[in-house]
Design a protein. Structure first.
Length: 604
């Protein structure tokens, strides 16, 4: 177990960190972990190690194991989707990383109140203790959320289990042979940790200007504006805050209230909706008008640009060309790794809001990208689309303007589906090594749009399309706002703006459920959400991934709708067993080591 490696590492750190002479160690070299309480930097390092174990991915990866995309490289996610997913070969595992994080958090919490963080100031000492404890509680909830998502499931006895529930640090004498706690008990612990974090942390880290803004408990200890801003001010902005803990609690609730878990989780859709509503109240239910294309907001992406309304929690800004190097078409010196599927392209409705399969949608097979949901052109590069002022041709005909062809299957870096990803990419980046131009990027850990969609999903399930449960907002209201922001049913002067399909779904709970799920698929595509959504919704995991082959009738003519032929074809199968793979496995090595651990049903 890696936890024991952490313990041995920390013991080694203690033994050697203050060694005056390697060959004549001083007496204090026999110190124990508890002796670190006199060295705040080392104790704080435990919390930093926990932050380092956060499971957020900063590039598009897991979508290639779903019906949304394939990749033109061989990686663990691709081979997993082709049938190699096993309990001892699980790219989606969170076991080691998140359990390490829990151990670091538990060690930190066992020591935080014993450390002298600010010995000369009682107020600063207490403020540091409160903030650091709050961060730790929030991080532990986050780790357990990802553990539940990846490893929670039904065992052979019919019970829904989570993972071993640990709230105190393990050490050399601990009993590591611990059973899995019930899923519902793990959820309760997540909720309790989020509540503890919210009680200790400010909603956001912001500087104050007057002493009246200092909480009374700190004023009583003599806190002043300068000291308060030192601990809780804007310099701590990207640390886990009260609003982040509140959002994590809402995410846990949505997972627990989902079809795969709701029967034994102890959480209802009504509870999940209300917890999401608590998060959205913080921003007065205001949807960022540019929130669906935040990655194109050049001003806000710069360090001096301030915060975006869309981003609830984010990574620090990074100046690089990583995503572009991986995903630009080869014409633009990229590797074209993530190839969106025809399945995903079909999920984008027409600009009038109707699905392309609707009889009166206006969809034309010979001109499939015309009059579509504007998000399609923002998120996906299709044949004939202009990207970085270049016409990208993915069809099977020549493109004399390109030195390196972007045609379907033309070179190893070419698309396998007829599409390239454009979402999350900055067009003002140049990944060419001899002329490299990097730009600032933000990776969103939690977007407000995700919480809006979570609320809509839970609210519709709890109260139907138009019920609001006392929140003042319904699933219908949210989806209407999201689709209007996207440009669906565009405004026409003198004509009432009506999203006909949404109005039809308004009167049918099942149709609204499908619409909400489709909106989530579109809005969160390429953000590593689809795999987990399919599993918690218990939707088919084994839908084949399709692409499009485009040829010319007459090679001498320029491409136009009447001259191109579109042929759908299967690119890749998805080999998942829906009889049990809605729940991920406990690592086989852990099952073999510890007799108290039970495996999820169907896994060896």
């Amino acid at each position: 177990m890696k936890t024991r490696n952490i313990i041995f590492y920390l013991i080694g750190l203690l033994v050697f960190s203050s060694c005056e002479d390697m060959f004549e160690p001083a007496d204090e070299n026999t110190r124990q972990i508890e002796d670190l309480t006199g060295e705040s930097a080392y104790v704080h390092g435990l919390l930093i190690y926990a932050y380092d174990r956060m499971p957020y991915l900063t590039t598009t990866q897991t979508d290639v194991a779903t019906d949304d995309a394939v990749t033109n490289v061989t990686n663990n996610y691709r081979t997993m989707a082709l049938g190699t997913w096993q309990s001892d070969n699980n790219p989606m595992s969170q076991w080691d990383q998140c359990k390490d994080g829990v151990q670091y958090v538990n060690l930190f919490l066992s020591m935080v109140e014993k450390v002298s963080w600010a010995p000369s100031s009682a107020s600063k000492q207490q403020m540091f203790i409160d903030r650091l404890k709050g961060e730790a509680f929030g991080l532990r909830a986050l780790f357990y959320y990802y553990l539940l998502q990846a490893h929670g499931g039904l065992a052979d006895d019919g019970k829904l289990y989570g993972v071993p529930l640990l709230t105190t640090p393990e050490n050399g004498s601990s009993d590591y042979n611990q059973p899995r706690a019930l899923f519902a008990d793990c959820v309760k612990q997540c909720f309790a940790d989020c509540d503890s974090a919210m009680a200790l942390l400010p909603v956001t880290y912001e500087n104050i200007s007057t002493a009246d803004a200092i909480p009374a408990k700190y004023r009583a200890l003599g806190a002043n504006v300068s000291n308060f801003n030192l601990v809780f001010g804007e310099k701590a902005r990207n640390l886990l805050s009260g609003k982040v803990a509140e959002a994590i609690k809402a995410q846990v609730a949505l997972l627990a209230a989902s079809p795969a878990f709701r029967e034994q989780s102890g959480v209802t859709s009504q509870q999940a909706a209300l917890l999401c509503a608590n998060v959205l109240k913080r921003i007065d239910w205001e949807l960022d008008p540019q929130g669906n294309i935040w990655y194109k907001n050049k001003t806000k992406l710069e360090p001096e640009g301030g915060e975006m309304l869309e981003i609830l929690w984010r990574e620090d800004r990074h100046k690089n060309a990583d995503q572009e190097s991986r995903n630009f078409p080869p014409t633009l010196y990229g590797k074209g790794e993530i190839n969106p599927s025809q399945n995903l392209v079909d999920a984008f409705p027409m600009a009038n809001g109707l699905p392309i399969s609707a009889n009166n949608s206006g969809y034309v097979e010979k001109n499939p990208y015309a009059d579509r949901d504007p998000r399609l052109s923002h998120y996906i590069i299709y044949n004939g689309a202009k990207f970085r002022n270049i016409d990208i041709v993915t069809g099977l005909y020549s493109n004399s303007k390109s030195e390196v062809k972007d045609n379907l299957g033309n070179v190893p870096a070419s698309t396998r589906t007829g599409y390239y990803m454009s979402k999350l990419l900055r067009e003002d980046v140049n990944p060419q090594s001899s002329n490299l131009v990097e730009q600032q990027h933000i990776y969103a850990r939690i977007r407000y749009t995700e919480i809006f969609l979570a609320f809509a999903e839970a609210a519709n399930d709890a109260w139907g399309p138009t019920g609001d449960g006392g929140t003042g907002h319904s699933a219908y209201d949210i989806i209407k706002a999201i689709r209007e922001r996207a440009g669906i049913a565009p405004e026409v002067p003198g004509v009432e703006r009506v999203d006909v399909y949404l109005e039809e779904c308004k009167n049918n709970k099942d149709m609204m459920t499908s619409l909400i799920r489709n909106e989530r698929r579109i809005e969160l595509c390429f953000e590593n959400k689809r795999f987990w959504d399919l599993r918690r919704w218990m939707l088919p995991l084994n839908e084949p991934v399709d692409g499009v082959e485009i040829t010319k009738i007459d090679a001498d003519k320029d491409p136009d709708p009447d001259n191109l032929v579109y042929r759908r074809f299967k690119v890749e199968d998805r080999v998942f067993d829906s009889s049990y793979q809605y729940y991920g496995p406990i690592p086989r090595g852990e099952i073999l080591k510890w007799s108290q651990l039970t495996q999820n049903k169907g896994w060896e």
